[in-house]
Design a protein around this ligand. Structure first.
Ligand code: WT7
Length: 645
């Protein structure tokens, strides 16, 4: 492996950083050697508790049992709002920037607090009680934060479903979490296009007896169908709601939210996070990874439908009393300079986005960047997938003009917050490496047989010992939680990623080792896409794999076998694409559908995906062992047809 470039910490970044290089080693060592003391101190420093905890942590990985700060009581909205009012009531909490560049608004902590209390009262009036699940299916309207925080105020558990998911996908998630109320908008706006949010909800809840009320935010103002018994306008209910709402004192381990993510089987997993540990971990990582200082303007471009939007747009920043920017639009509308216009307009200091956005903008040329000023930027961040060194260098040199270190943060929905990352004042950067573990995190590399590897190594990434932000269960299916994360490598959390550790101990994430693919930073199970494809009556079988894609990181490649005698037509291909959009959403649309008269299988009937992945990736001279194939001619045909794609 060739020695990669090293970018040392710049003195001007180190000068103001909370954590400095000479202190880092000792701090890290203490965090893993005396975890109880370390985390107790952090929990006291970062959060306000109404009752102290009795035990810092307790865990039993084989049972999937993880508890933090048991006995402690607190409320998330109090930590994100009330406690800031005395000092920063008039400070802007949220800068909202619309899809339309002429639309923006600023919401102070005082105003946000008032709206959250009001909406908490609205939820109560609609029958929502502590522990009830509320589905949030919203575009990036400013009210999204209000709705999430209002749930936390009364102890309701929110389940945010990404606005790009279809009615069908929404229905599955509403049913799985047994949601009583859905909060949505009439329509969404992204990149100048309209998204039929309320219409999707109407379609979804036709089959959801658990849903009693749908609260609708007027956003586009266009007419939507209305059911007097079930529908409530947000603005009308808010106008009637008092702005005083006592906060429910929650146990540290009370559920905070459910967020669905894809696994290797067809059914998405409802990842459950709890109150105290999650909030502590989100706040602490936000402060140190981005070196957030009072007065900084911080912008995370993620959608609230993903965990990044939860931890690093809402909970972490607001818990720290930050000013967080929320963007309704897309990086390329009205043109590919939009991100940098917004940076200049709001004088953004810290900017956190995904490699897919960087690659898409890089492809549009430097002019869109260089026509902006960007001198406010101090720290850059990357998340969601491995960032290729070429994109990293462009982000660093063109966007950041060589001034701003890039925090390449590795984590997952299940981890609640960032686990492997540089720190601005500490870590020398290597383009493409997420570098080193955060405080309290103990990564390791395992070989395929479950043996720990030391020193330089390439294998499976596992994490020993829990951290406060870790997921506690899969909603309604604890056994799946145990089986997915704690079975394969006893005593460790199995993340599903492969990684290499280099001679400096730096981690390089190599991508998923399961049947999960990462499309534009969105996690998708290949099995989900396959299930959608085989719903078509003319489809006999489908196998879906990821393949390298210049912009998306991974593209979706589907091999489809039709029923005997059915001719493969362009019309049928379009029908299948449409079917996937309807079942999951546009993000899951295959980039390639290749017809196949048969799929490569072992003699026991198992599809050999390894071969399909190689073919999709054009690695034809390197198919590996094919001796167990039941019918080798199938592969020849697949290779021949691949060449025609
Ligand atoms: C998967 C988790 C973390 C929030 C957004 C995605 C991949 C994430 C990185 C990174 C390499 C990364 C992993 C991980 N991933 N960040 N910095 N470098 N890979 O959350 O949808 O739960 O997906 O995203 O494969 O397992 P998610």
């Amino acid at each position: 492996m060739s020695e990669s470039k090293l970018y040392r910490v710049k003195p001007e970044i180190a000068a103001s950083a909370y954590i400095k290089q000479p202190d880092y080693q000792a701090l890290y060592r203490r965090s893993v050697e005396q975890p109880e003391q370390f985390w107790a101190e952090q929990a006291e420093q970062f959060l306000d508790w109404s009752q102290p905890w009795q035990t810092v942590w307790e865990y039993d990985y084989p049972k999937g049992h993880i508890r933090w700060f048991e006995g402690g009581k607190l409320n998330v909205s109090v930590n994100c709002l009330d406690r800031h009012l005395a000092q920063r009531g008039d400070q802007v909490a949220i800068i909202w920037e619309g899809d339309n560049p002429e639309h923006d608004k600023k919401i102070t902590y005082k105003a946000l607090h008032q709206q959250v209390c009001q909406f908490a009262n609205v939820l109560k009036v609609q029958g929502v009680q502590k522990g009830d699940r509320v589905c949030i299916y919203l575009p990036m309207v400013a009210e999204a934060a209000t709705v999430m925080l209002a749930c936390t105020r009364i102890g309701a558990v929110h389940s945010v479903v990404f606005g790009g998911f279809s009615a069908e996908a929404l229905k599955d998630r509403i049913l799985d979490a047994d949601c009583k109320v859905v909060v949505c908008a009439d329509e969404g706006k992204r990149g100048g296009k309209t998204i039929p949010i309320k219409a999707n909800v109407d379609e979804a809840i036709n089959n959801c007896p658990c849903v009693e009320k749908v609260i609708v935010i007027k956003n586009s103002g266009n007419p939507v169908s209305w059911d007097e018994n079930r529908n409530v306008w947000y603005h009308e209910a808010m106008a009637a709601a008092p702005d005083n709402c006592p906060a429910e004192q929650m146990d540290a381990e009370d559920p905070l939210f459910i967020l669905y993510t894809s696994g290797s089987t067809g059914k998405p997993k409802g990842i459950l996070h709890t109150t105290g540990g999650y909030l502590l971990y989100a706040a602490m990582t936000h402060k140190y990874v981005f070196d957030y200082h009072d007065g900084d303007i911080y912008w995370c471009t993620a959608d609230i439908g993903w965990v990044t939007g939860h931890s690093y747009m809402i909970y972490g920043p607001l818990c720290n009393g930050a000013t967080t920017l929320m963007f309704e639009g897309v990086p390329t509308y009205p043109d590919a300079g939009r991100f940098w216009q917004v940076v200049d307009k709001h004088q953004v200091n810290i900017f956190y986005t995904a490699p897919t956005a960087i690659r898409a903008l890089m492809a549009q040329g430097n002019d869109f960047v260089t026509r902006s000023n960007r001198s406010s930027l101090r720290i850059l961040g990357s998340v969601g997938e491995p960032i290729n060194p070429e994109a990293w260098e462009w982000y660093y040199h063109v966007v950041g003009e060589g001034r701003c270190p890039i925090m390449d943060t590795w984590w997952q929905t299940e981890t609640g917050g960032i686990l492997i990352t540089p720190l601005p004042g500490v870590t020398a950067l290597k383009p493409g490496s997420a570098t080193l573990p955060f405080f309290g995190i103990q990564p390791d590399i395992m070989d395929g047989n479950g043996n720990l590897m030391s020193g330089e190594a390439t294998g499976i990434l596992v994490i020993g010992k829990p951290w406060p932000g870790q997921a506690r269960t899969i909603y309604g299916d604890h056994q799946r939680f145990v089986d997915t994360y704690f079975k394969a490598y006893p005593g460790y959390y199995f993340a599903g990623d492969g990684a290499r550790r280099d001679q400096d101990g730096y981690y390089w994430i190599t991508g998923r080792v399961d049947d999960v693919i990462n499309v534009s930073g969105h996690r998708l199970g290949t099995a989900e896409v396959e299930s959608a494809l085989v719903l078509h009556e003319l489809v006999a079988e489908a196998a879906v794999v990821g393949y390298p894609h210049d912009i998306k990181g991974q593209g979706i490649y589907a091999y489809v076998t039709l029923n005997a005698g059915v001719p493969p037509t362009e019309a049928l291909r379009q029908e299948l694409l449409q079917l996937v959009r309807k079942e999951i959403g546009a993000i899951a649309t295959p980039d390639v559908i290749q017809w196949a008269t048969g799929l490569p299988k072992t003699r026991s009937g198992k599809i050999m995906r390894r071969i399909l992945r190689k073919v999709a990736a054009d690695e034809l001279d390197n198919l590996g062992d094919t001796s167990t194939l039941a019918d080798p001619s199938v592969v020849e045909e697949i290779i021949k047809n691949h060449a025609k794609q």
